[in-house]
Design a binder for this molecule. Sequence first.
Ligand code: ZN
Length: 463
Amino acid sequence: MALLVCTWVVVPAQEDQRREIPGAATVSGAPAEEGATANQPLPVPGEPGRDPVPVLDEEYFLPDLSIEEMPEIPPGGEPRPAPVPSPAQAEPVPVVPAPDETGYVVAPSLQLLGAEVFSGQRAELKWTAGQSFGGRTLDVPVLVAHGLKVGPVLCLTAAVHGDELNGVEIVRRVIGDLEPKDLSGTVIGVPIVNLLGFLRGSRYLPDRRDLNRYFPGNPRGSAASRIAYLFFEQIIRHCNYLVDFHTGSLDRTNLPQLRADLSDPGVFEFTQHFGATAVLHHDGATGTLRRVASEAGIPAVTFELGEPRTLQIEHVDFGVLAVDTLIDKLGMMKRSRLWAEKQPVFYASRWVRSDQGGILITNVKLGAKVGEGDVLGTVTNPLSTEVMQVRSPFNGRVLGMALNQFVLPGFAAFHIGIATREPDELMKAEMESGTRAPSAPDRPDTEDAPELEEGAGERSEYD
Ligand SMILES: [Zn+2]
């Protein structure tokens, strides 16, 4: 089906006079054409330098109009007027965007969770996920900044794992700093998705299930599946983009980094807007929010920062700056603090394991560049002076690592990102040369996939 373009003729209004011009809005049935200029804004006299009215050429900007509602255009002729429905057939008149007092197109109200948020306003809504406890429901706060102008809907979610706190503060700060009257589009933030886990200081739901393995959920499934279903249907389906914040698993920490399926062109494009944030290609474990959202056509990334159970201000600052850069690059709002640096992209990564049990002491810092053979840390037998060095089998960068602790043989201690041009390049080279490291599983990420993503697998081995 050809895309339909809705063209609003924007008439600049006088400063002291609000003009209602519903008749000036025309609907064209012509197919969308790249570079079409029909919906360029008219200049606003006496106000040079104003931001242009957003061009309404994206699918998500289109009002909900069906083909049947479009006037037919006979060949070479003028559009015929649309048939006027009889009163009995008349549908409720939709809320159409109207120019505000400065002549700009005002975004329509946002309908979310049974509430209406007017353009240019912020709101705190409640999402009830059927999370009843002792007969009472638990309402999860949903923060909304609904811009005055039309634009994309960016969703920010955190604490899907209830003990991961850095993202909670990032979402709060980002939305708190937005001025909806200057915003094109909408930012929806859910700082604490897994409120039941958060209140218990736990990664999991009370039934020990990991919510981030149950998307898109099932309305008749387990408790986790039902919560996932409601969250996905009632909130995520409203998003055009999604950033889901996480941290490393217990006693591990992560360099700030995006996890994204770079084989998806929409996701790849989305990852370009986070400034200097490192990007690691990974298609995501089955049932993770970002994988399911991306598969549903909503470009999504996981944003990993730091470690759980603590608030790390340096990581919070990093995340806020990255999302501010994103908001600017998506054309939603001009932000003064931006990143222009190039981001490192890693198409492959490997965990380096300790082959001995003992006390792990790390020698490297997060983000450090390491070469093949470099000592990453030591594992000391607590009952002797026996010391084993853990060396990097690769050239790469430390994307994640364990905190100093007692470890068992086989413990995944260092997560090394490897800059390759293609996802499987490293594995192919290792297979051909016979140098595949014993610490690397035959199928990369299979054993470690939960840990790579958000750490559930290994974590549950140890708790
Ligand atoms: Zn997580």
